[in-house]
Design a binder for this molecule. Structure first.
Ligand SMILES: [Cu+2]
Length: 286
């Protein structure tokens, strides 16, 4: 019996080795179109995509292509999925390999969500500008609030060229032309570094002293109060107040937003943030 067990163990080990080596030498690329992975009721009773047409199979970085076609909003929409009252025409691609330069439903520009009628057929068009070289699946997609992304058919499109050459110029409301691809990146890095440094200092303040086990022992011994000194409390108040104010002041200075496809949403976020910042600021001043 012992001999048998040893043999099985030995053979299993050899099998494991062989499969590891095989995986090292042969690893095929995964390749699939995801629309069929959706639940049947999502795929067959929501949005029916048809007559789809991809204008190009190969496109150079900075060049554009369109995906157009029609979709029927199924009259027997499932009860378990919210009605498509807030729907956003999108594109199913692996990350920002294209940018969506424009999208239309029935000839109407739809940069934001729209409400769709059950039983209606719509024509749509999406204009895409190539950004990252590679072979990509390009799918039509409808994001339905309360329903999730409803993906349509996809097709391989090859993007050629170099991502270094990609530009995304926009003219702001003040007439300035900027490249969204690289706009204010130095500033982004700078402020991330500043906040990381502050966050790290704050964490260091607490973790440089003995942490988990000694503190747990102190709590168990009923000496929890001795763990946080009056000095700690003072520094915490100071730290919290100073940096929240600092943050809210800088948010105020950099309030001017970049126009985007979601400008109404970003305007609302900016307004809301500013409102709460103003409250915090007043609180800190008092
Ligand atoms: Cu696909």
């Amino acid at each position: 019996m012992k001999l048998m067990k040893d043999k099985v163990a030995k053979l299993s080990f050899v099998a494991l080795l062989i499969s590891m080596i095989a995986a090292m030498f042969y690893a095929p690329t995964a390749s699939a179109h995801g629309e069929k992975s959706q639940a049947a009721f999502m795929r067959m009773r929501t949005i029916h995509w048809f007559d789809l047409h991809w204008s190009k199979e190969e496109v150079a970085v900075n060049d554009t292509m369109t995906l157009d076609g029609k979709f029927l909003v199924f009259a027997g929409w499932p009860e378990t999925v919210d009605k498509p009252e807030v729907s956003f025409l999108n594109i199913g691609i692996p990350g920002p390999v294209f940018i969506r330069a424009g999208s239309w439903i029935g000839g109407q520009l739809v940069p934001r969500s729209v409400s769709l009628e059950l039983g209606e057929t719509y024509e749509f068009k999406v204009l895409l500008k190539a950004r990252r070289p590679g072979d990509w699946h390009v799918h039509s997609m409808m994001n339905v609030q309360g329903g999730g992304p409803i993906i349509g058919p996809g097709k391989w499109v090859t993007v050629t060229g170099s991502m270094k050459d990609f530009v995304n110029p926009v003219t702001t409301l003040t007439g300035q032309t900027i490249d969204l691809e690289s706009y204010a990146l130095d500033n982004v890095y700078f402020w991330h570094a500043v906040w990381f440094a502050i966050a790290f200092a704050w964490m260091w303040f607490w973790i440089k002293r003995p942490i988990f086990i000694p503190r747990q022992l102190a709590v168990a011994a009923g000496k929890a109060d001795s763990l946080i000194s009056a000095g700690d409390k003072k520094s915490s108040d100071d730290f919290c107040c100073r940096y929240t104010c600092f943050g809210s002041r800088f948010n105020d200075f950099y309030q001017r937003q970049i126009p985007s496809n979601h400008s109404a949403a970003s305007w609302f976020v900016a307004w809301y943030e500013n409102l709460s910042n103003a409250r915090i600021y007043r609180f800190c001043q008092s």
